[in-house]
Design a protein around this ligand. Sequence first.
Ligand code: NAD
Ligand code: 89Y
Length: 345
Amino acid sequence: MSERRILRGGLIGCGFFALNQLHGWAELEGVEIAAICDRDPARLEAVGAEFGIARRYTDAAAMLENETLDFVDIATTPPSHRALVELAARHKVGIICQKPIAPTMADARAMVEAADAAGVPFMIHENFRWQTPILAVKRAIESGRIGTPFWGRVSFRSGFDVYKAQPYLAQGARFIIEDLGIHILDVARFLLGDAQAITARTRRVNPAIKGEDVATMMLDHANGVTSIVDCSYATPQEHEPFPESFVEIDGDRGALRLTKDYRLTITTRDGTTVEEVAPPLLAWAERPWHNIQESVRNIQAHWVDRLASGGTPDTSGRDNLQTFGLVQAAYQSAATGQTVRLDTL
Ligand code: NAD
Ligand code: 89Y
């Protein structure tokens, strides 16, 4: 029996969220982060020392030139994504790239084409669908207990101060749909199928930020399901739910609800069951982020499996064009007041 070779990854961008990615990789067998890169030398040194990674670069091109890697894990902010993905494609290594894939649809399409032309796997780090409670909802739908879904809602409403750890979120012309709504839209696709059109309304409530911090969206799914995706960072609550997503799905035989503290309730004409579907608190994780942190490890394990089997990752760059298309269409709809079909983008 042959032992599987240890996969070698290079991580680009050692900022706030990359620390979760480094912890996640450190937990997984069969993979190691062999080198790291950040254009900020101080960050590079601090993160290299914390995770015991000696091979450090301030330039991604130099890292790819000097290291023999199986893949790169791009954890920078979106303006750098396209150039880094194209660089990695030229070096013929697998590519993981953080969400949002890019600033524009044209960039996103070019990145997918670059990876395809190079023949390398390309996965967007779209991790929310890998959260334990969301996977439990998916299994509940697939069990058939609520029958065929006809309506859904995925909701994320919070007053948590996200600007403290991610100050750039307060500075962009676009905020909640591009940063957070993108995950919630992806969860809606994951649970209810692809959507072909979207109608969106947005608001900025917090005067200290530039973009929108509230969005209400209605999706027309290809299978006839209608869903609502609503997001807010302007909603303080008595029991702050950050970063829980709540889900409501009605089917022709019953309904399910994922509510606060990870309670999954399923009601049919035969009665109601309640299950706790909370994520585990990994050794390196911290509340309230542990739900997101566990999903990082889960999506990384999926990447390792798909690299080994040669299969396409579930959240491939091509798949993500659907989620990113919903983001772009939502902004267009909010600007024009019209419903926007994805095939017009
Ligand atoms: P950050 O600003 O804290 O870190 C980004 C780092 O990348 C910085 O250290 C910067 O110096 C470095 N960098 C930028 N361009 C570079 C380049 N060309 N070469 C090398 N280094 C470069 O940002 P962050 O908050 O960690 O966010 C990074 C990405 O992660 C964003 O796309 C964000 O949306 C995403 N994110 C995802 C989740 C999730 O749950 N999936 C959560 C938070 C953030
Ligand atoms: O950047 C965002 C993300 O991807 O998940 C939560 C977050 O950190 C703040 O909205």
